[in-house]
Design a protein around this ligand. Structure first.
Ligand SMILES: NC(=O)c1ccc[n+]([C@@H]2O[C@H](COP(=O)([O-])OP(=O)(O)OC[C@H]3O[C@@H](n4cnc5c(N)ncnc54)[C@H](OP(=O)(O)O)[C@@H]3O)[C@@H](O)[C@H]2O)c1
Length: 418
């Protein structure tokens, strides 16, 4: 409050007349009464509007800005009211006035979406659409989708600081109040309905929110920018080795590998050493909040190519439970096929033990080979179970012999060789 008073005094010292009135921007009766009184007292007409009203916590300090899955009707309407009802009411009250500007303070959440800010993003999207509608009617409206603003308002609170620091780690950097004022100077005269003012680290953003690249706006912005070699390497390193190991593992190896992989990912998101991660504790009690849940979801989905509804995390499974659920989505790798047996190198005994596993063609080929060998130069071999003539005859009839006969013949020959 002291800062506010100091600011107003500064304006007055420059010759500005300041009237500070506290009103509920969603209360039509109050707003109309104020405007009537303003005119009656002979003040100059209002020529410009800045809509910056917003609510993000309730009277007890509990957050009202939440992921869609956690929203109740109270949180929805509390966040909607100042932005949606408030901006619409201002629009209806001033649509016949000749304004110089009508600025709505929207946010980057409505440009890119923000899973942890479902109601807030939707409320901002309403103001963006309203500005387009107003422009179409010839009014000087602009909706500005601000990125995170440091030092003042939400950005100066403990919660705001935590959220903004988190975003900064993930590619959404803060802009200063000075940047905001400079942007307003620049943007108000522009003939545009909506504009984003954000400071982004695209590489970080792409790493943590890979889906963002598929948004038409982002692909348009990134059009023509080439990914440098080091950027490509960074994004490659995102695919961790452990993820590759799990997708190639078979049988009972899979579960412990998946548990180990998830522990590493959870520890990374919670920024704690992996040894502190208890496999049986629900993720929510480990300290995973909704922002972290989204980061975790994005990482795992990207690396393992699985789908995890955000509700899965919010239900608070343990790592063990999550590992089992995820393995159901990962097809088990087929073990490498056993090498083809080299029949020519097999000893007689080994051949006999594997006879059942050989294909008919293999048995035929083997028999052909043995009979031919027997026929060539083994006529004097007294140990042989069949004679060279018999071998010659058998060879000519091989095609007509039933399978059992071929098998038993093969056995005879093999035993004879031993
Ligand atoms: N801070 C950021 O990083 C950031 C980023 C993007 C966009 N924005 C947008 O920029 C605007 C200002 O942000 P901020 O951080 O300064 O917000 P803030 O600190 O939460 O201030 C919001 C203001 O809105 C007023 N308000 C709430 N409901 C109202 C109502 N029904 N009628 C009249 N006034 C009402 C509040 O008044 P009381 O204090 O009397 O309740 C408060 O002064 C917001 O619209 C916000 O969404 C901010």
């Amino acid at each position: 409050m002291a800062d506010l008073i100091r600011g107003l005094r500064e304006l007055e010292s420059e010759g500005v007349t300041v009237r500070c009135v506290q009103l509920d921007v969603t209360n039509e009766e109050q707003m109309r009464a104020f405007l009537a009184e303003h005119m009656r007292q002979g003040h100059p007409p209002i020529k410009g509007i800045m809509h910056a009203a917003s609510v993000w916590q309730d009277e007890r300090g509990q957050a009202l800005v939440k992921p869609l899955i956690n929203l109740d009707s109270d949180a929805l309407s509390a966040v909607f009211r100042p932005k949606i009802i408030g901006s619409w009411l201002l629009h209806t009250l001033f649509q016949e006035s000749r304004l110089d500007f009508f600025v709505a303070f929207s946010s980057g959440a409505s440009l890119f979406g923000s899973a942890a800010q479902g109601n807030y993003a939707a409320a901002g999207a309403f103001m963006d659409s309203l500005a387009h509608y107003q422009r179409a009617q010839g009014q000087p409206a602009i909706s500005i989708d601000w990125g995170a603003v440091s030092e003042i308002g939400f950005g100066a609170t403990a919660d705001g600081l935590r959220v903004h620091e988190y975003w900064e780690d993930h590619g959404i950097q803060r802009i200063t109040p000075r940047d905001v004022l400079a942007a307003l100077d620049l943007l108000i005269p522009q003939q545009v309905a909506q504009i984003g003012v954000l400071k982004l680290d695209w590489q970080k953003l792409r790493d943590f929110y890979p889906q963002i690249v598929s948004l038409p706006l982002v692909s348009y912005l990134l059009e023509g920018t080439t990914t440098s070699e080091s950027e490509a390497q960074n994004s490659q390193s995102f695919f961790s080795e452990s993820a590759t190991t799990i997708t190639h593992a078979v049988g009972s190896e899979r579960l412990p590998l998946m548990e180990q992989y998830l522990s590493q990912q959870v520890a990374g998101v919670l920024r704690v050493p992996v040894e502190r991660i208890d496999l049986d504790q629900p993720l929510t009690t480990l300290g995973l909040d909704s922002l972290m849940a989204i980061e975790l979801k994005n990482r795992i989905e990207q690396e393992l190519q699985v789908r995890i509804p955000i509700v899965t995390f919010l239900q608070g499974p343990s790592i063990r439970q999550l590992a089992t659920q995820l393995l159901e989505q990962l097809p088990e790798a087929t073990p490498d096929p056993a090498p083809e047996p080299d029949l020519s190198q097999m000893g007689a005994e080994q051949l006999l033990t594997q006879l059942d596993q050989l294909s008919d063609q293999d048995v035929d080929a083997l028999l052909q080979q043995m009979l031919t060998e027997q026929q060539q130069g083994q006529t004097s071999d007294t140990k042989s179970m069949i004679s060279a003539e018999e071998a010659q005859q058998l060879l000519s009839q091989l095609d007509q012999l039933p399978e059992e006969d071929i098998d038993s013949l093969l056995k005879q020959i093999v035993q004879g060789e031993e």
